[in-house]
Design a protein around this ligand. Structure first.
Ligand code: ADP
Length: 474
């Protein structure tokens, strides 16, 4: 499943929206600031009366500094100073609160800078303004006492609303509002990322606690959705493998139990009869032979079981390799069947073989396949009554060969048709363990066929006979 909505698209959308918000706030503030400037600053300066304007150096400077009109300045107890080009105080008019005779260049520069920052909130004792006459090369300094000025009852201050203060306040306000809006926006949009992450985390926690039934439900259609989907797949796989492992563990336990059980019965019997023979000297010949026969039969049984177990573990081993050769499978089957014909005739089995004359070549391990198909034929002979019909057929297809071993005997119940291939599974346990089967034959057949990359299956039902089909790749 591919992410239809990528996280990058989501982020891009968020960035675009946040840029738009930023731009919008900026516009509001930009025009807001200008509007405030126009509505607040200008009217205040414009409203400055003509008398007030005569308090500012710029407005009253004239080339003849001795005749500058400082009437209004005197009214508010202010004074003026004239500085020549060397910044020496050459003329003072009004009652100067601070007597100065000389300014330094540095000092004047600082005053010029400070002048633009003076406003109605200034804490300085004096409000001053400076103007410069280029022709005559002199400076006019106007000093107005701050407190006294305000307390003097004159209606209005020549308010220097500081441009700097005004803009700093506007920018600060912009930053604060912008930050708040961005924090809210980030909180809202980050949920798209944090929510699926939280769900994933919860899933991982459940798994780490051993709860493999946990699945996560990430609804996002982006990479998180993919991750959630992959996570669920992974958990399913782990759960499946865990179940398989449990099952194989269970099978292993059952196998050991079955082996011990199947070994124990004949061993108990051997022990009992040999004990009887050793301790009982009064037995007649007939009895002795009878007991010795039982001992022999049981030791053969143990031997068969151990041989089959050994064979099975050999075929199941990952180190076991088939020695595959391209051979004519029809010829192979004819040779194999020939070995069983005497037993079939002995039991009056009505056999029929449909094996083409022409050669069908396939890659197979002669010895192993002999064992696999031999098991099916010998089972048909062993478990069925005389006059049972046994049919062996070979069919060739484009890439596969089908070998069918079918009888019309007692059959195997339908519900066992898969389980019968597991070790020690028998239709009638008591009957079969006595009739000589180890219960491993079909397991060995299945293991060999699967090693060849083929498969074997059974179609059967009770009293309807068995039809084993082996499918091999050519
Ligand atoms: P066993 O060594 O007991 O023969 P198998 O795995 O070869 O073990 O067979 C398992 C069981 O399947 C047998 O015990 C028998 O009950 C049943 N069975 C196998 N083949 C046939 C058959 N052709 N007809 C009837 N029953 C069969």
């Amino acid at each position: 499943m591919r992410a239809r909505k990528k996280i990058s698209n989501l982020l891009l959308k968020n960035y675009l929206i946040s840029s738009l918000i930023m731009f919008f706030i900026f516009l509001v503030f930009f025009f807001g600031t200008i509007a405030m400037w126009v509505t607040l600053y200008f009217p205040i300066n414009m409203m400055m009366s003509s008398e007030d304007s005569k308090l500012v150096a710029e407005n009253i400077i004239s080339k003849d500094y001795k005749n500058i009109n400082i009437e209004e300045i005197l009214k508010v107890n202010g004074w003026i100073e004239i500085l020549d080009k060397d910044l020496k105080v050459v003329y003072t008019k009004g009652k100067a609160e601070v007597k100065r005779s000389q300014y330094s260049r540095d000092e004047l520069n600082k005053m010029l800078i400070k002048m633009s920052a003076q406003d109605m909130f200034t804490q300085e004792k004096f409000i001053y303004s400076i103007a410069y006459d280029e022709d005559k090369d002199f400076y006019l300094l106007v000093y107005l006492p701050n407190d006294k000025y305000f307390n003097s009852g004159i209606k209005k201050a020549p308010v220097f609303i500081s441009v700097r203060l005004f803009f700093i306040t506007a920018i600060l306000l912009y930053i604060i509002i912008f930050t708040i809006i961005m924090i809210i926006y980030a909180k809202l949009t980050s949920r798209n990322l944090t929510k699926p992450l939280k769900e994933l985390m919860n899933g991982v926690k459940s798994i780490s606690k051993g709860d493999y039934s946990a699945r996560i439900n990430v609804r996002s259609k982006n990479e998180f959705g993919n991750l959630g989907y992959a996570f669920n797949l992974m958990v399913e796989k782990i759960e499946e493998e865990r179940k398989l492992k449990e099952k194989s563990e269970e099978n292993r336990r059952r196998l050991i139990m079955d082996i011990s059980h199947d070994l124990k019965n004949p061993l108990v019997s051997i022990r009992g009869y040999s004990n009887l023979l050793v301790n009982n000297h009064n037995l007649d010949e007939e009895e002795r032979i009878k007991y010795l026969n039982i001992i022999e039969k049981n030791s053969i049984r143990i031997n068969d079981l151990i041989t089959d177990l050994f064979e099975l573990s050999k075929f199941e081993s990952i180190d076991f390799e088939l020695s595959l050769k391209k051979e004519n499978i029809c010829e192979f089957l004819r040779e194999l069947i020939a070995i069983y014909i005497p037993s079939m005739e002995e039991k009056n089995i009505e056999y029929n073989f449909v094996i083409p004359e022409k050669a069908i070549y396939a890659n197979f391990d002669y010895y192993s396949l002999d064992r696999a198909i031999g098991n099916l034929i010998s089972n048909s002979i062993r478990y069925n009554p005389s006059h049972t019909k046994l049919n062996i057929e070979v069919e060739e297809f484009e890439n596969i060969v089908k070998i069918v071993v079918q009888d019309n005997g007692i059959g195997i119940p339908k519900d066992l048709s898969e389980d019968i291939f597991n070790p020690f599974v028998r239709v009638d346990t008591s009957r079969n363990s006595r009739s000589g089967g180890t219960g491993l034959g079909l397991t060995i057949t299945k293991t060999i066929v699967e090693k060849h990359g083929g498969r074997v299956y059974l179609e059967s039902d009770i009293h309807k006979g068995c039809k084993f089909t082996i499918v091999l790749n050519k």
